[in-house]
Design a binder for this molecule. Structure first.
Ligand code: SAH
Length: 363
């Protein structure tokens, strides 16, 4: 007997289709071409969660699609909003029962448009096994489809509006998973989110974060989009970085930094490097000097992140004073620009590397 997931996979996933693909699909059903445009707007701009709601399409066509196609519409299982009301987290169930999380960060701004940044997952679980990250401990590992990524942004957009904001303005691929290990669906999702008939999120407002898959960074350069790149560096010593992040053995620091420079030179976009500070692992003054030396003259911005504790991994955040001292060395002695990321969502475990904690252990 067929498993339910196999039946699902046979149905075309319409929210993952680019405009030309949707056109070919609609044409194959003997429908006029303008239906593809209507359908695309329903799927991408309006975030329709059910064919029945697409009231501009004929009833019979909606019925037919409902029987033969699918929408990648995740179900909201749970929502948590931080006590400060500016950070939220949704637990979503995908069509095959896999659970993922998405976080939303809201910023009121005096002189500029308010910002609503959604942090999306690109995989459920992760195969990279970074030794400080909670995602790697999740079961049910699989890639998400482009439609499943877009649907997270749409769920965040609805939530932002409910909370009194004008919808999602920025997207970071910093939820569960390694986006560049699922690069095709991630690329496709960015094209969909960027489309004028879709949510129209500017490429410059989209950031892809990677643990350092060098060949895929070069693929990203070929996209020829103004997307931002963030690299999770976390340690400037090759041997210790390999222990913290097994991927470092495949792509050493030297190659990674070269790829960042090439990205900057060829796209004109400055790369950000993320450095989460873990007590006793990567936060000594020597570590600061190594980082300063590695990045001098690279035009890379360092994002210093107070780490989040992951008890199962035995990692703890560095004390504030240690972080301050680290940052002073990097900035003052090496003139490497840095910023300290504010800590958000700790009370709802929406912080980096913590998504889907608790839920996983309950299963
Ligand atoms: N796989 C991608 C994106 C997902 S994680 C990447 O590695 O960049 C988003 C960020 O959270 C990464 O920089 C990751 O290294 C970081 N992170 C993971 N666990 C963390 C923790 N316990 N504390 C702080 N940051 C963490």
């Amino acid at each position: 007997m067929e498993k339910p997931t196999e039946t699902l996979q046979k149905k075309p996933d319409l929210r993952s289709m680019l405009p030309a693909e949707l056109q070919a699909y609609v044409k194959s059903l003997g429908q006029p071409a303008y239906r593809a445009k209507q359908l695309f707007r329903q799927l991408q701009k309006h975030g329709a969660q059910d064919f029945a709601h697409m009231s501009d399409l004929p009833l019979a066509f909606r019925h037919y699609l409902g029987e033969t196609a699918r929408l990648s519409s995740p179900k909201e299982l749970r929502r948590q909003i931080s006590s400060s009301g500016d950070t939220a987290k949704l637990l979503l169930e995908l069509e095959d029962g896999v659970l993922i999380e998405m976080a939303l960060m809201l910023y009121r701004r005096e002189k500029a448009r308010d910002r609503a940044t959604v942090c999306v997952s690109s995989q459920s679980g992760c195969a990279m096994d970074c030794q400080f990250c909670a995602t790697g401990l999740c079961r049910d590992f699989r890639n998400l489809s482009a439609g499943e990524i877009v649907a997270q942004v749409q769920a965040a957009d609805r939530l932002a509006r409910e909370l009194g904001y004008e919808g999602v303005t920025n997207i970071v691929y910093m939820g569960m998973g390694e986006p560049l290990a699922n690069i095709e669906q991630v690329h496709r999702s960015i094209q969909l989110l960027n489309d004028q008939e879709g949510m129209e999120i500017g490429a410059r407002r989209i950031t892809v974060s990677t643990c350092g898959l060098v060949p895929q960074i070069y693929k990203m350069i070929e996209w020829d989009l103004q997307v931002s790149l963030a690299v999770s560096l976390h340690c400037a010593d090759q041997k210790r970085r390999e222990k913290l992040m097994p991927v470092a053995a495949r792509y050493p620091l030297e190659e990674l930094i070269r790829a960042c420079r090439d990205f900057r030179d060829r796209t004109g976009r400055r790369v950000t490097c993320e450095y989460a500070m873990f007590a006793g692992l990567n936060d000594s003054p020597e570590d600061a000097h190594l980082l300063g030396r590695l990045l001098t003259g690279c035009d890379i911005l360092v994002n210093i992140i107070p780490a989040n504790p992951v008890p199962e991994r035995g990692v703890q955040p560095s004390p504030a004073q240690v972080i301050e001292n680290f940052r002073r060395i990097v900035e003052e002695e090496y003139h490497v620009a840095s910023q300290l990321r504010e800590r958000r969502g700790a009370d709802i475990q929406a912080a980096c590397g913590q998504l889907r904690r608790g839920e996983n252990s309950k299963k």
